[in-house]
Design a protein around this ligand. Structure first.
Ligand SMILES: [Zn+2]
Length: 141
């Protein structure tokens, strides 16, 4: 799937958010989520001294949606990573969601589009493509 203007606006919103809130080792990833009802939410990750308490930016964005709108679905979601101070590549770039976020995104909208880095730049893929054969009680025969 190729990117739309809405997709690019979502990427720009995620970049703007992490650029504003970046703190080395604490906030390095931004996310932007477009609901099926047309609202856009942005968030940053919450890193933590106790690593297992860390929360991904996608989860923070989804938490805002569920808190404020309820089940509004995920039309499209994207995460971007800010470079660390010593990185030579200074671009904020789109990154793939981690495995846990793939599970979370699928659980809240199995038809969500996810913007990910592809061989020819950023591309849109369905969450099911990123999580084939996901565990689900529905699939137990
Ligand atoms: Zn994640």
């Amino acid at each position: 799937m190729s990117l739309t203007e809405t997709d690019q606006a979502l990427i720009d919103a995620a970049i703007e958010t992490i650029s504003k809130r970046y703190r080395n080792d604490w906030q390095e990833v931004g996310a932007a989520l477009l609901t099926r009802t047309g609202q856009r939410y942005v968030a940053v990750n919450l890193d933590a001294y106790l690593g297992r308490m860390a929360v991904c930016a996608e989860a923070v964005a989804l938490g805002q949606v569920i808190t404020q709108l309820g089940e509004a679905g995920i039309d499209t979601i994207v995460a971007v990573r800010h470079p660390k101070p010593h990185d030579t590549d200074r671009e904020v770039r789109v990154v793939s969601p981690c495995g846990a976020c793939r599970e979370l995104i699928w659980d809240y909208d199995r038809n969500a589009r996810v913007l990910v880095p592809g061989p020819d730049g950023v591309e849109a893929v369905g969450i099911s493509e990123l999580l084939p054969n996901k565990y689900s009680r529905e699939r137990v025969l």
